[in-house]
Design a protein around this ligand. Sequence first.
Ligand code: FES
Ligand SMILES: [Fe+2]
Length: 447
Amino acid sequence: MSFEGLIHDDRDNGVFRVDRATMTSPEILAAERANLFDRYWLYLGHEGEIERPGDFRRKSRNGRPLIFLRNTDGELDLFYDTCPHRGATICREEAGNAKRFTCFYHAWSFNTHGKLIALPDEDGYGPGFDRDERSLRRPPQLDSYRGFYFVSFNPDVESLREYLGGATEFIDLVVDQAEEGMTVVKGSNRYATKANWKLLIENSIDGYHGLPVHQTYFAYVKSLGGGISTANLVGRGPQQLGNGHAVLEGEAPYGRPIARWDNLFGPDAKEEIEAIRRRLVNTFGEERASRMADNFRNMVIFPNFILNDITAITARYIEPVTPDLLNTDAWALAPKEERGARLARRIDSYLTFIGPGGFATPDDVEALESCQKGFAAHPGVEWSDISRGMTRQPTVLDELQIRAWWRAWQAAMSGQPLPCPVALPETPQLAGGSQPARIGAVHDVNE
Ligand code: FES
Ligand SMILES: [Fe+2]
């Protein structure tokens, strides 16, 4: 199948459109599994999910069953969750702590290094039976960056560090907020949405829908005397970070549990939050501390991992089930040193907006499912529009970050290398240098 013509990218005239067949076609989903999910790095999980030796967690990536664990020596490891004997999955629980895994079918046992250590009636096998060869198998690539673990099913994939490119700066801005390191809050949110998985990628980095869709949240915050009235919506804006990764960064119009006090957190929290802010300023200087405390960041790591640092921090892994059904796994991240009232404040801020019963997530789900229903008018109405901000210096309400992701999608689907960021504006109109200067060196990376 040819993937030409699915994206209309006219930089001279500032028009970017995506054919809605990309959201409904089973052939395109099959090609995405091969060309995206099996070719690049997929987010697997955070080291905080498996803290103690023997901790394990069942995972699935691109349909493959996996066991993510910390072995008895304290090292993180990953195995395919399939018995080398006859295929049964050997991990029968979502998560737990174990020194060994015993397959329930014929009772072969494996230690946390994946080695076959015991089996009933081994005398029944001949001299060619090799225990090592019948141990658990690992996917070709596992690597991490600052506690975030990624897997790749492509043995020849580039190194994770190279692949992440400019995204590491934004991971650092999140992780550096913690004094003792970042971890995940226990538990996760797992939910299904009747929509194509790419709709949630777009939505997770889209600033344009914030006010219309989430007005109930902003009205709620205001009714409690909260909300930051000085937030600057034309602050930083979107950036592409290479390889399809992209971010939307701007000053948050709400309090941030790390170090931006808001009425909503109550007067008792003020002194504590201001002390955290002073520590950030002392450690990182005024400018970087302000970015960490005052700015929100919505980032996609291509193809399907979201790191949103907004009313709280959420890591979100998105996978398709069918062209019109997606699954999301979401975790709240928190500095390890946060406990008691401080952690409660963060969790409350997380749940109120991005939790599954919060003000944002159900509204976003409704928006996505509504789009998917609308796609049934194709053919007839073929195109979705993502042109916003193509002919101006893009703001937090524009869509450069979504286009950057789609351009990488198109390259990947056509077997081309993923686009690198280049120091050129997106459209010829912006090439003259007369546009307002962007804030900070990070904005040198533009289209
Ligand atoms: S399938 Fe696992 S022991 Fe037989
Ligand atoms: Fe939203």
